[in-house]
Design a protein around this ligand. Structure first.
Ligand code: ATP
Ligand code: MG
Length: 553
């Protein structure tokens, strides 16, 4: 397959191919325009992969532009996190970072141009009246009494707005378009409003801020964007996008195209809802590994390649859709199955004593069953070990391929052992399983032809390291929490379970960037925030297979 064949194809790329073939454009220039009012989530990753991916594949450019026209809701913390998330995903923006606020002077100039053309006026109806006058989808709107002010009066009043002469809500600038348009956005949309807020980029220079619809198209044009890609809810706004650019003196005429947003089951994707989860301490911050944020996924152990692969698999269409959470998980599972080193960890330990074994031996174990190039590691095998409580039964039928009293099982990478007797505490809980081992069985089957089918994992009891292991599950119990009356009531109480386990000593040096397969258990990574050599903390990235459907049905 050639590189071009390996590229995703979608309706937007087809439009670009045609524009290039027709000579409408010589090169492609896209942008990713987040509002710095929260952390990026997996939905943004779809937009990032689309915009930056197109620039990469067409040798074009993609700008990172902060759409920062709402100073009260924005913060430099978000600006910084967005930059690092885009880079972590493997993309680099063209040139400097752009801010819509860079264009406040020009935007102000274009607003004056519209006033001079009789296409904008200063409104003094209250917000509530404006809403009332706007009409409904079935009833036309009503014109404001302020709509017919003279150009001179509008210029003076707009200057008064800029100079701080109006309180918030007392006046705004509106485009004069059509109060009976069938597109609500065309019913004299607000272009500027008064906000006495300090802006993270422009400080206190402005007390009027431009609205999204006015800002976005002009920012695109100023940056020479050719294809402005956004989600479907902006479909109607395209009329306004084109209206603004047609009515001001600006060369470039970018075009807006809409695609369907990513919706993912068992989670929420709106920044407002995600922010509520954070501020109400329902999760542990924006990067909580249960969050669908890029930083949450990173901390959970997702790799950039797995997120890009997910975005490739879901594709880009105009069809509204809801993707199963399992599709995201299968991308990281496929990646880690291939690339994660194997190790052993016991999450619910019960002690095994091998009575006929001496003291200690060091075994060499492969890091990956199919990849000898990933090397081997030393694992201490000792007289006392831990195995999973669940891997032992006093009695069991033939289907149970683990350790049973009086029977044999193989310890992964080590010997065949036989459970001889057990010891229980006063409550009847097994405390120790006393075993014998067959010293002829290291790396080979018993010589007398005895068949030992099961293989279980283990960790040395005195050489193993205690570790906290965080087991994550879906954050919400229902597929579409956003549709529930109270999405917070749908939080899965078992979305985080913390257990105290024991891991093999080699994991003391594990890095937070590299996923590990705990054999027979799942894929894990070191928690980048809470883990230290004194106290190891692991996050479960994903189980070995998808068990959600089975449990919830
Ligand atoms: P929210 O509604 O959660 O606040 P937003 O769309 O307002 O999200 P922005 O920061 O404005 O967030 O988004 C930046 C870009 O990412 C926009 O072009 C937007 O269309 C795109 N985007 C946001 N959410 C999704 C999603 N779920 N799927 C695809 N693209 C998305
Ligand atoms: Mg937005």
């Amino acid at each position: 397959m050639t590189e071009a064949e390996a590229r995703p194809s979608n309706f937007i790329r087809q439009i670009i191919d045609k524009d290039l073939a027709d000579g409408k454009h010589n090169s492609v220039h896209t942008r990713f325009p987040p509002e710095p009012n929260g952390y990026l989530h997996i939905g943004h990753a779809k937009s990032i992969c689309l915009n930056f991916g197109i620039a990469q594949d067409y040798q074009g450019q993609c700008n990172l532009r902060f759409d920062d026209t709402n100073p009260e809701k924005e913060d430099i913390e978000y600006v910084d996190s967005i930059k690092s998330d885009v880079q972590w995903l493997g993309f680099e923006w063209s040139g400097d970072i752009h801010y819509s606020s860079n264009y406040f002077d020009q935007l102000h100039g274009y607003a004056i141009e519209l006033i001079n053309k009789g296409l904008a006026y200063v409104e003094e109806l209250s917000a509530e009246q404006i809403r009332e006058y706007r009409g409904t989808l079935v009833a036309p709107g009503k014109e404001s009494p302020y709509r017919t002010r003279s150009i001179e009066e509008n210029l003076a009043l707009f200057e008064k707005m800029r100079a701080g002469g109006f309180k918030e809500g007392e006046a705004c600038l509106r485009a004069k378009i059509d109060m009976s348009s069938s597109f609500m956005v065309m019913r004299d949309p607000v272009l500027y409003r008064v906000r006495f807020a300090t802006h993270h980029q422009t400080g206190d220079k402005w007390c009027i801020y431009p609205m999204y619809d006015f800002t976005h198209c002009i920012s695109d044009a100023l940056e020479g964007i050719t294809h402005s890609l956004c989600t479907l809810e902006f479909q109607d706004n395209r009329r306004l996008y084109d209206w603004v650019l047609e009515n001001i003196s600006i060369e470039c005429q970018p075009h807006q195209y809409e695609f369907s947003r990513l919706n993912l089951e068992n989670t929420v994707m709106s920044k407002r809802k995600l922010s509520q989860l954070v501020t109400e301490n329902l999760v542990n911050g924006w990067d909580d590994p249960r969050m669908p944020t890029i930083s949450g996924l990173r901390r959970r152990g997702f790799t950039p390649a797995s997120v890009r692969e997910f975005c490739k698999r879901i594709g880009v269409t105009k069809q509204e859709n809801m993707i199963e959470y399992g599709s995201l998980e299968s991308c990281i599972r496929d990646d880690l199955n291939e690339n994660a080193a194997r190790a052993m960890a016991v999450l619910d330990p019960v002690k095994v004593v091998i009575e006929n074994f001496g003291d200690e031996q060091t075994l060499e174990v492969a890091n990956h069953p199919n990849k000898p190039e990933m090397g081997t590691r030393q694992v201490p095998f000792t007289r006392e070990l831990f195995i999973e409580a669940d891997d032992f039964r006093e009695e069991a039928n033939k289907k149970y391929k683990r350790l049973v009293l009086g029977k044999e099982v193989r310890l992964r990478g080590a010997y065949v052992i036989k459970a001889e007797r057990i010891e229980k505490d006063a409550d009847g809980k097994i405390t120790t399983i006393f075993c014998s081992y067959d010293d002829e069985t290291l790396g080979k089957n018993p010589s007398d032809g005895r068949k030992v089918k099961g293989v279980i994992h283990w960790v040395s009891a005195n050489k193993g390291i205690a570790a906290e292991v965080r087991l994550y599950d879906r954050l919400f119990t229902v597929a579409n929490p956003a549709a529930a009356d109270d999405f917070k009531a749908c939080i899965n109480p078992e979305s985080l379970t913390v257990v105290q386990g024991v891991v093999e000593p080699s994991l003391i040096d594990a890095s937070a960037e590299k996923g590990i397969q705990f054999e027979r258990t799942g894929y894990f990574c070191i928690d980048s925030k809470d883990s230290s050599q004194q106290k190891l903390v692991f996050n479960r990235t994903v189980g070995l297979r998808d068990t959600w459907a089975k449990i919830s049905n």
